[in-house]
Design a protein around this ligand. Structure first.
Ligand code: CP
Length: 358
């Protein structure tokens, strides 16, 4: 049984719990018939306020394969969000109908808010440029399956490290394993946010920032490619300038180790040339399939929980969040800039971090 009620950020699961999920996912993969009625009578609510292929369909496939059922929407235009219903009220309502909620939302912190008002587990299926913890479970399960380990890996993260929520969650999750190091490949405009660079420094995790794939590909065990996130850019010209900043092709793959693997959360645009798909080191389609098994394990484990959180009224903090993409700027929500260190404050919803200047 998991200690957490909901999965909002990668650290909601301990390393031991992730290991348990791997074991369960392995068993589900090998003995699917044993689990075909494991969620009979249970209902999943899928609330997708943003487009998705893999995350929504893998969650829905997972629940169907476990014998459960699914209700929800993939177009927020067909929901009462268009009439002004808040995330908090929607979560209250869906928790009156379903047994578990899966939510994707463009506002950072929206699934966290949902979890504060829901009586049933909430799974964050991606919130803006912030986090995507079930993609991270998929990535870790891919490491476990391909390498037989999740430690001692040199991971090169390439592309949009600023808005790429999969990268943000993966860094936080991998920080707990021994012998992990990162190469951060991005143009200056798409560098990893400061709060995550500070996080890497605090945890003393080796990393280097480089401009070119060629500066990191020879040494890495994993090359994790990402799409430039068009939908997060305020300046469309900047997107046009940066969108094709990296293209992995067969020529660059010649520089990589024999046992290196290429991963990508997908969807891909042009950042991986289709010729790479035929290289045995390309694991991104298999990675997406592994996502279904680990999500089956997650659903089963969260539904076993039975813990009901008590809704408490939060008082606003004096300090307010300055992240314009945080849910607290779109819907009335108590400000929650909490002190996390000496002179350091962090938003409960979106992780925006502010340091007091002396
Ligand atoms: N990896 C991922 O989140 O893909 P979708 O946007 O298609 O769900």
């Amino acid at each position: 049984m998991l200690k957490t009620h909901s999965l909002i950020e990668p650290q909601d699961l301990t390393v031991e719990e992730i290991e348990q999920l791997f074991k369960l996912a392995d068993d589900i993969k090998h003995r699917p018939l044993l689990y075909q009625n494991a969620c009979a009578g249970k209902l999943m609510g899928t609330l997708f306020y943003e487009p998705s292929t893999r995350t929504r369909l893998s969650f829905e496939s997972a629940m169907n394969r476990l014998g459960g059922r699914v209700v929800g929407f993939s177009d927020p235009g067909s929901s009462s969000a268009t009439k002004g219903e808040t995330v908090a009220d929607t979560a209250r309502m869906v928790s009156a109908y379903a047994d578990i909620i899966v939510m994707r939302h463009p506002w950072e912190g929206a699934p966290k808010v949902a979890s504060l008002y829901s009586d049933i587990p909430v799974i964050n299926a991606g919130d803006g440029g912030h986090n995507h913890p079930t993609q991270t479970l998929t990535d870790l399960y891919t490491f476990h399956t391909v390498f037989g380990r999740t430690d001692h890996l040199n991971i090169a993260l390439c592309g949009d490290l600023k808005f790429g929520r999969t990268v943000h969650s993966l860094i936080q999750a991998m920080s707990r394993y021994e012998g992990v190091s990162f190469s951060l490949i991005s143009p200056p405009e798409l560098r990893l946010p400061d709060y995550l660079l500070d996080f890497l420094k605090e945890k003393q995790i080796p990393y280097k920032e480089v401009d070119r794939i060629e500066d990191a590909i020879a040494d890495c065990d994993v090359l994790y490619m990402t799409r430039v996130q068009q939908e997060r850019f305020a300046d469309k010209e900047e997107y046009e300038r940066l969108k094709d900043c990296y293209i992995l092709d067969a020529e660059k793959m010649k520089l990589a180790k024999e046992n290196m693997v290429v991963m990508h959360p997908l969807p891909r645009v042009k950042e991986i040339s289709t010729e790479v798909d035929y290289d045995p080191r390309a694991k991104y389609f298999r990675q997406a399939r592994y996502g279904m098994f680990i999500r089956m394990a997650l659903i089963l484990s969260l539904l076993e929980g039975g813990y009901q959180p008590k809704q408490t009224r939060l008082e606003s903090t004096a300090r307010s969040c300055k992240n314009p993409r945080c849910i607290c700027h779109f819907q009335e929500q108590p400000q929650q800039m909490l002190q996390v260190g000496e002179g350091v404050y962090r938003c409960l919803y979106c992780d925006y971090t502010e340091k007091e200047t002396q």
